[in-house]
Design a protein around this ligand. Structure first.
Ligand SMILES: NC(=O)c1ccc[n+]([C@@H]2O[C@H](COP(=O)([O-])OP(=O)(O)OC[C@H]3O[C@@H](n4cnc5c(N)ncnc54)[C@H](OP(=O)(O)O)[C@@H]3O)[C@@H](O)[C@H]2O)c1
Length: 330
Protein backbone atom coordinates (compact mmCIF):
# COMPACT_ATOMS: atom_id res chain seq x y z
CA UNK A 1 0.00 0.00 0.00
CA UNK A 2 1.00 3.66 -0.37
CA UNK A 3 2.43 5.33 2.72
CA UNK A 4 4.52 8.39 3.57
CA UNK A 5 7.61 7.56 5.64
CA UNK A 6 10.76 9.38 6.75
CA UNK A 7 13.95 7.53 7.66
CA UNK A 8 15.80 10.48 9.26
CA UNK A 9 14.88 13.77 10.89
CA UNK A 10 15.22 16.77 8.58
CA UNK A 11 13.53 19.11 6.08
CA UNK A 12 10.32 18.39 4.13
CA UNK A 13 12.21 16.32 1.55
CA UNK A 14 12.83 13.50 4.02
CA UNK A 15 9.15 12.62 3.50
CA UNK A 16 9.05 9.83 0.92
CA UNK A 17 6.14 8.11 -0.77
CA UNK A 18 6.44 4.32 -0.51
CA UNK A 19 4.21 2.12 -2.63
CA UNK A 20 5.05 -1.27 -1.15
CA UNK A 21 4.33 -0.86 2.56
CA UNK A 22 2.60 -3.83 4.20
CA UNK A 23 -0.95 -3.32 5.45
CA UNK A 24 -0.97 -2.96 9.24
CA UNK A 25 -2.62 -5.50 11.52
CA UNK A 26 -5.09 -4.08 14.05
CA UNK A 27 -3.98 -4.62 17.66
CA UNK A 28 -6.32 -5.01 20.62
CA UNK A 29 -9.10 -2.42 20.54
CA UNK A 30 -8.15 -1.24 17.07
CA UNK A 31 -9.93 -1.02 13.74
CA UNK A 32 -8.53 -0.89 10.22
CA UNK A 33 -9.39 2.30 8.36
CA UNK A 34 -8.97 3.13 4.67
CA UNK A 35 -7.82 6.74 4.87
CA UNK A 36 -9.28 9.32 2.48
CA UNK A 37 -7.74 12.57 3.78
CA UNK A 38 -5.11 13.40 6.41
CA UNK A 39 -5.12 16.77 8.19
CA UNK A 40 -1.76 18.48 8.72
CA UNK A 41 -0.60 20.24 11.88
CA UNK A 42 2.54 22.15 12.90
CA UNK A 43 3.25 19.17 15.18
CA UNK A 44 3.87 17.10 12.01
CA UNK A 45 6.85 19.18 10.92
CA UNK A 46 8.16 19.43 14.49
CA UNK A 47 8.17 15.61 14.69
CA UNK A 48 9.66 15.36 11.16
CA UNK A 49 12.54 17.76 11.94
CA UNK A 50 13.13 16.19 15.35
CA UNK A 51 12.38 19.31 17.42
CA UNK A 52 9.21 18.01 19.12
CA UNK A 53 9.32 16.07 22.36
CA UNK A 54 7.30 13.46 20.44
CA UNK A 55 10.31 12.86 18.16
CA UNK A 56 12.40 11.66 21.10
CA UNK A 57 13.09 7.94 20.75
CA UNK A 58 10.77 7.68 17.73
CA UNK A 59 11.73 4.50 15.83
CA UNK A 60 12.71 5.26 12.21
CA UNK A 61 11.51 4.93 9.54
CA UNK A 62 8.36 6.58 10.88
CA UNK A 63 5.01 7.61 9.44
CA UNK A 64 3.63 11.14 9.53
CA UNK A 65 0.32 12.84 10.38
CA UNK A 66 -1.93 12.66 13.42
CA UNK A 67 -5.52 13.16 12.23
CA UNK A 68 -7.63 11.85 9.38
CA UNK A 69 -10.91 10.81 7.89
CA UNK A 70 -11.59 7.48 6.23
CA UNK A 71 -13.78 4.38 6.12
CA UNK A 72 -13.72 1.48 8.58
CA UNK A 73 -12.62 -1.73 6.82
CA UNK A 74 -12.63 -4.17 9.72
CA UNK A 75 -11.63 -4.74 13.31
CA UNK A 76 -9.12 -6.58 15.44
CA UNK A 77 -10.08 -10.10 16.56
CA UNK A 78 -10.98 -8.91 20.08
CA UNK A 79 -13.61 -6.42 18.89
CA UNK A 80 -17.17 -7.59 18.56
CA UNK A 81 -18.64 -6.24 15.32
CA UNK A 82 -22.12 -5.82 16.82
CA UNK A 83 -20.65 -3.83 19.71
CA UNK A 84 -18.62 -1.77 17.24
CA UNK A 85 -21.79 -1.10 15.23
CA UNK A 86 -23.56 0.06 18.40
CA UNK A 87 -20.83 2.70 18.71
CA UNK A 88 -21.46 3.76 15.09
CA UNK A 89 -18.18 2.26 13.87
CA UNK A 90 -19.33 -0.72 11.79
CA UNK A 91 -17.26 -1.64 8.72
CA UNK A 92 -18.24 0.68 5.87
CA UNK A 93 -18.76 3.69 8.17
CA UNK A 94 -16.99 6.96 7.45
CA UNK A 95 -15.02 8.12 10.50
CA UNK A 96 -12.70 10.90 11.61
CA UNK A 97 -10.28 11.10 14.51
CA UNK A 98 -6.74 11.49 15.74
CA UNK A 99 -4.11 9.26 17.22
CA UNK A 100 -3.84 9.58 20.98
CA UNK A 101 -0.56 11.28 22.05
CA UNK A 102 1.17 8.02 23.06
CA UNK A 103 0.42 6.43 19.66
CA UNK A 104 3.20 7.73 17.43
CA UNK A 105 2.31 5.93 14.20
CA UNK A 106 1.38 8.14 11.24
CA UNK A 107 -1.90 8.43 9.35
CA UNK A 108 -0.69 9.43 5.87
CA UNK A 109 -1.15 5.92 4.49
CA UNK A 110 -3.75 4.08 2.44
CA UNK A 111 -4.77 1.91 5.39
CA UNK A 112 -4.08 2.45 9.11
CA UNK A 113 -4.81 0.56 12.31
CA UNK A 114 -6.10 2.93 15.01
CA UNK A 115 -7.84 2.62 18.38
CA UNK A 116 -11.62 2.50 17.92
CA UNK A 117 -11.91 4.84 20.93
CA UNK A 118 -10.03 7.54 18.99
CA UNK A 119 -12.65 7.68 16.22
CA UNK A 120 -16.14 9.05 15.79
CA UNK A 121 -18.52 8.57 12.83
CA UNK A 122 -18.85 11.33 10.23
CA UNK A 123 -22.58 12.16 9.95
CA UNK A 124 -24.34 10.69 6.90
CA UNK A 125 -25.34 14.10 5.54
CA UNK A 126 -21.69 15.20 5.10
CA UNK A 127 -20.86 15.26 1.38
CA UNK A 128 -17.67 13.70 0.07
CA UNK A 129 -16.50 17.20 -0.99
CA UNK A 130 -16.77 18.30 2.64
CA UNK A 131 -14.61 15.47 4.03
CA UNK A 132 -11.32 17.47 4.03
CA UNK A 133 -12.73 19.72 6.81
CA UNK A 134 -13.45 16.60 8.87
CA UNK A 135 -9.92 15.30 8.29
CA UNK A 136 -8.58 18.48 9.89
CA UNK A 137 -11.07 18.63 12.75
CA UNK A 138 -9.90 16.25 15.46
CA UNK A 139 -6.49 17.62 16.49
CA UNK A 140 -7.37 21.30 16.13
CA UNK A 141 -10.74 20.73 17.80
CA UNK A 142 -9.45 18.71 20.75
CA UNK A 143 -6.73 21.34 21.22
CA UNK A 144 -9.31 24.11 21.23
CA UNK A 145 -11.39 22.26 23.84
CA UNK A 146 -8.27 21.70 25.99
CA UNK A 147 -7.40 25.38 25.65
CA UNK A 148 -10.77 27.01 26.30
CA UNK A 149 -12.26 24.51 28.75
CA UNK A 150 -9.35 22.89 30.61
CA UNK A 151 -6.55 25.47 30.53
CA UNK A 152 -8.37 28.82 30.40
CA UNK A 153 -11.46 27.60 32.29
CA UNK A 154 -13.22 30.28 30.31
CA UNK A 155 -16.56 31.39 31.74
CA UNK A 156 -19.23 34.05 31.32
CA UNK A 157 -18.24 37.65 30.90
CA UNK A 158 -14.50 37.25 30.31
CA UNK A 159 -12.79 39.33 27.63
CA UNK A 160 -10.41 37.42 25.38
CA UNK A 161 -7.56 38.11 22.96
CA UNK A 162 -6.67 35.28 20.56
CA UNK A 163 -3.44 35.33 18.57
CA UNK A 164 -3.78 33.62 15.18
CA UNK A 165 -7.58 33.66 14.88
CA UNK A 166 -7.73 32.28 11.34
CA UNK A 167 -5.30 29.36 11.81
CA UNK A 168 -6.36 25.75 12.33
CA UNK A 169 -6.80 25.99 16.09
CA UNK A 170 -7.73 29.70 16.01
CA UNK A 171 -10.79 29.05 13.84
CA UNK A 172 -12.17 26.84 16.62
CA UNK A 173 -10.94 28.94 19.56
CA UNK A 174 -13.08 31.90 18.49
CA UNK A 175 -16.46 30.07 18.42
CA UNK A 176 -15.61 28.07 21.54
CA UNK A 177 -14.66 31.22 23.48
CA UNK A 178 -17.98 32.79 22.46
CA UNK A 179 -19.82 29.57 23.36
CA UNK A 180 -18.20 29.67 26.82
CA UNK A 181 -19.72 33.10 27.36
CA UNK A 182 -16.82 35.46 26.57
CA UNK A 183 -18.05 39.06 26.63
CA UNK A 184 -15.79 40.21 23.80
CA UNK A 185 -13.26 38.40 21.66
CA UNK A 186 -10.49 40.06 19.66
CA UNK A 187 -8.24 38.07 17.34
CA UNK A 188 -5.00 38.95 15.61
CA UNK A 189 -4.22 37.86 12.07
CA UNK A 190 -3.03 39.41 8.82
CA UNK A 191 -5.35 41.95 7.22
CA UNK A 192 -6.03 39.38 4.48
CA UNK A 193 -7.74 37.22 7.15
CA UNK A 194 -9.67 40.00 8.92
CA UNK A 195 -12.97 39.19 7.20
CA UNK A 196 -12.65 35.51 8.10
CA UNK A 197 -11.98 36.42 11.74
CA UNK A 198 -15.05 38.66 11.73
CA UNK A 199 -17.18 35.84 10.22
CA UNK A 200 -16.08 33.59 13.07
CA UNK A 201 -17.39 36.14 15.56
CA UNK A 202 -14.29 38.00 16.76
CA UNK A 203 -13.10 41.56 16.24
CA UNK A 204 -10.04 41.39 13.97
CA UNK A 205 -6.75 43.12 14.75
CA UNK A 206 -4.64 43.09 11.54
CA UNK A 207 -1.14 42.85 13.00
CA UNK A 208 0.50 43.55 9.62
CA UNK A 209 -1.25 46.91 9.32
CA UNK A 210 -1.54 48.24 12.85
CA UNK A 211 0.39 47.97 16.11
CA UNK A 212 -1.74 45.22 17.69
CA UNK A 213 -0.76 46.20 21.24
CA UNK A 214 -1.95 49.77 20.68
CA UNK A 215 -5.10 48.59 18.93
CA UNK A 216 -6.01 46.29 21.84
CA UNK A 217 -5.23 48.94 24.43
CA UNK A 218 -7.43 51.41 22.61
CA UNK A 219 -10.25 48.89 22.15
CA UNK A 220 -10.28 48.06 25.88
CA UNK A 221 -9.97 51.65 27.05
CA UNK A 222 -6.50 50.84 28.42
CA UNK A 223 -7.84 48.05 30.66
CA UNK A 224 -6.57 45.03 28.75
CA UNK A 225 -8.25 41.61 28.61
CA UNK A 226 -8.93 38.86 31.13
CA UNK A 227 -7.57 36.02 29.01
CA UNK A 228 -5.05 35.67 26.17
CA UNK A 229 -5.06 32.51 24.03
CA UNK A 230 -1.79 32.59 22.12
CA UNK A 231 -1.40 30.16 19.20
CA UNK A 232 1.66 32.03 17.86
CA UNK A 233 3.91 32.65 20.93
CA UNK A 234 7.17 33.89 19.33
CA UNK A 235 6.52 37.63 18.97
CA UNK A 236 3.22 37.71 20.86
CA UNK A 237 3.75 36.06 24.25
CA UNK A 238 5.82 38.60 26.17
CA UNK A 239 4.06 41.74 24.85
CA UNK A 240 0.71 40.09 25.69
CA UNK A 241 1.62 39.97 29.38
CA UNK A 242 1.31 43.78 29.42
CA UNK A 243 -2.18 43.51 27.93
CA UNK A 244 -3.69 41.34 30.66
CA UNK A 245 -6.03 43.16 32.97
CA UNK A 246 -4.28 43.74 36.29
CA UNK A 247 -5.85 41.68 39.05
CA UNK A 248 -5.78 38.17 40.36
CA UNK A 249 -7.60 36.11 37.78
CA UNK A 250 -6.25 37.09 34.37
CA UNK A 251 -4.26 34.41 32.58
CA UNK A 252 -2.51 33.44 29.36
CA UNK A 253 -2.65 30.08 27.58
CA UNK A 254 0.16 29.43 25.10
CA UNK A 255 -0.17 26.64 22.57
CA UNK A 256 3.31 25.64 21.37
CA UNK A 257 4.31 22.84 23.77
CA UNK A 258 7.93 23.96 24.12
CA UNK A 259 7.03 27.57 25.04
CA UNK A 260 9.01 29.04 27.96
CA UNK A 261 6.46 30.37 30.43
CA UNK A 262 9.07 31.81 32.83
CA UNK A 263 8.52 35.50 31.90
CA UNK A 264 4.86 35.20 32.94
CA UNK A 265 5.54 33.23 36.11
CA UNK A 266 8.24 35.71 37.18
CA UNK A 267 5.56 38.38 37.09
CA UNK A 268 3.07 36.27 39.03
CA UNK A 269 0.87 35.78 35.95
CA UNK A 270 -0.82 32.42 35.48
CA UNK A 271 0.41 30.85 32.23
CA UNK A 272 -0.48 27.40 30.94
CA UNK A 273 0.12 25.12 27.96
CA UNK A 274 -2.93 22.98 27.09
CA UNK A 275 -2.71 19.20 26.94
CA UNK A 276 -4.96 17.38 24.50
CA UNK A 277 -7.44 14.93 26.01
CA UNK A 278 -8.63 12.44 23.40
CA UNK A 279 -11.80 10.38 23.51
CA UNK A 280 -15.20 9.91 21.99
CA UNK A 281 -17.12 12.41 24.15
CA UNK A 282 -14.95 15.29 22.98
CA UNK A 283 -14.98 14.12 19.35
CA UNK A 284 -18.77 13.98 19.52
CA UNK A 285 -18.86 17.55 20.81
CA UNK A 286 -16.92 18.56 17.67
CA UNK A 287 -19.43 16.66 15.52
CA UNK A 288 -22.23 18.59 17.17
CA UNK A 289 -20.48 21.92 16.53
CA UNK A 290 -19.79 21.07 12.88
CA UNK A 291 -23.37 19.91 12.29
CA UNK A 292 -24.93 22.97 13.86
CA UNK A 293 -22.60 25.30 11.99
CA UNK A 294 -21.16 26.62 15.27
CA UNK A 295 -17.63 25.45 14.32
CA UNK A 296 -17.21 26.48 10.68
CA UNK A 297 -13.64 25.19 10.32
CA UNK A 298 -12.36 25.59 6.77
CA UNK A 299 -9.93 23.41 4.81
CA UNK A 300 -8.20 26.06 2.75
CA UNK A 301 -6.08 23.74 0.66
CA UNK A 302 -6.06 20.06 -0.33
CA UNK A 303 -2.89 18.64 -1.89
CA UNK A 304 -2.32 15.13 -3.26
CA UNK A 305 -0.39 12.72 -1.03
CA UNK A 306 2.56 12.86 -3.42
CA UNK A 307 2.93 16.60 -2.62
CA UNK A 308 3.13 16.19 1.14
CA UNK A 309 6.61 17.79 1.25
CA UNK A 310 5.15 20.91 -0.37
CA UNK A 311 2.30 20.83 2.16
CA UNK A 312 4.87 20.77 4.99
CA UNK A 313 6.67 23.78 3.44
CA UNK A 314 3.41 25.71 3.38
CA UNK A 315 2.68 24.69 6.96
CA UNK A 316 6.11 25.81 8.13
CA UNK A 317 5.52 29.27 6.65
CA UNK A 318 3.17 29.73 9.62
CA UNK A 319 0.33 31.41 7.74
CA UNK A 320 -2.04 28.53 7.12
CA UNK A 321 -5.66 29.60 6.96
CA UNK A 322 -7.87 26.95 8.54
CA UNK A 323 -6.48 23.54 7.69
CA UNK A 324 -4.10 22.07 5.13
CA UNK A 325 -5.10 18.57 4.12
CA UNK A 326 -3.61 15.86 1.91
CA UNK A 327 -5.75 13.61 -0.29
CA UNK A 328 -4.39 10.16 0.48
CA UNK A 329 -6.15 8.56 -2.50
CA UNK A 330 -4.44 10.72 -5.15
N1 LIG B 1 -0.28 22.22 23.12
C1 LIG B 1 -0.87 21.44 22.23
O1 LIG B 1 -1.35 20.35 22.53
C2 LIG B 1 -1.00 21.93 20.80
C3 LIG B 1 -1.94 21.32 19.97
C4 LIG B 1 -2.10 21.80 18.68
C5 LIG B 1 -1.30 22.84 18.21
N2 LIG B 1 -0.36 23.35 19.04
C6 LIG B 1 0.51 24.44 18.56
O2 LIG B 1 -0.30 25.59 18.36
C7 LIG B 1 0.26 26.39 17.34
C8 LIG B 1 -0.83 26.79 16.33
O3 LIG B 1 -1.31 25.64 15.68
P1 LIG B 1 -2.27 25.78 14.41
O4 LIG B 1 -2.58 24.41 13.95
O5 LIG B 1 -3.37 26.70 14.68
O6 LIG B 1 -1.25 26.48 13.36
P2 LIG B 1 -1.56 27.09 11.91
O7 LIG B 1 -2.83 26.49 11.38
O8 LIG B 1 -0.32 26.93 11.14
O9 LIG B 1 -1.89 28.63 12.16
C9 LIG B 1 -0.88 29.54 12.42
C10 LIG B 1 -1.56 30.88 12.66
O10 LIG B 1 -0.62 31.80 13.20
C11 LIG B 1 -0.94 33.07 12.71
N3 LIG B 1 0.23 33.94 12.83
C12 LIG B 1 1.42 33.87 12.18
N4 LIG B 1 2.23 34.88 12.57
C13 LIG B 1 1.52 35.60 13.50
C14 LIG B 1 1.80 36.75 14.28
N5 LIG B 1 2.98 37.37 14.20
N6 LIG B 1 0.84 37.21 15.13
C15 LIG B 1 -0.36 36.58 15.22
N7 LIG B 1 -0.69 35.48 14.51
C16 LIG B 1 0.25 35.00 13.67
C17 LIG B 1 -1.36 32.83 11.28
O11 LIG B 1 -2.23 33.87 10.84
P3 LIG B 1 -1.84 34.87 9.62
O12 LIG B 1 -1.67 34.01 8.41
O13 LIG B 1 -3.00 35.79 9.54
O14 LIG B 1 -0.55 35.51 10.03
C18 LIG B 1 -2.13 31.52 11.42
O15 LIG B 1 -3.48 31.82 11.69
C19 LIG B 1 1.41 25.57 16.74
O16 LIG B 1 2.63 26.01 17.29
C20 LIG B 1 1.11 24.16 17.20
O17 LIG B 1 2.24 23.34 17.26
C21 LIG B 1 -0.19 22.93 20.32
Amino acid sequence: MREILFDRFGGPDVLTLHTDSPRPEPAEGEVLVEVSYAGLNPLDFKIRDGSSGMAEGLPLPAGTGREMTGTVLGAGADLDLAELASRGLAPGTRVFGMRRPEDRRGVAAEVIAIAADDLSPVPDEVSSQDLPRWAGLALAGLTAIATVQDAAELGEGRSVLIHGGSGGVGQLLIPMALEAGASRVWATGRAANAERIRELGAEPIPYDEVDWREALREATGGEGVDVVLDTHYFSTFEPSLDLLRPGGDSLIVVLPSLADLTPARERGITARIPRIVTGRDRLDRLVHGMRSGAYPLEASRVLPLSQIAEAHRLLEDGHTRGKLVVDVRS
